[in-house]
Ligand binder design. Sequence first.
Ligand code: FES
Length: 156
Amino acid sequence: MKTDIEPVLEKHPAASRDQLIPLLQAVQQEEGYLSKEAVIRIGRRLGLSASKVYGVATFYNQFRFQPLGKYHITVCRGTACHVKGSLSLLEAVQNELKIEPGQTTRDRLFSLETLACLGACGLSPVMCVNGEFFARMTPNKARKLIHDLRREAASQ
Ligand code: FES
């Protein structure tokens, strides 16, 4: 999903360096991630080098540098989910997709992230695909879900 970020930049006409985080958030909201081009243009807007902008953005794990996949998977790593085995769930997803949190598969089918709590602790461990919750997940259920999603994508 590539969009032009000019309208977003124009909404911050008086952007100063202390506007860097809000501007990064706004651009990510618009594009789904922070592209190289976006980082450069934000830097120009604020009089900062691209490496400075990138350095700040990588400090916060809310920012992504790759576009989201068709299926965006979130694995909860909050306390309740951790106690119920979310680490092995996450490892199963990572092994199946061969990516780390914050990354997108080469075929752009899957992206992965972790969150501290998805607000559904009673259903732990929880994972989410494009906003749909999957409760009491296990590594096997997660692998099956990913296989099903691959099949679904192949049939479209
Ligand atoms: S800790 Fe996972 S939903 Fe709250």
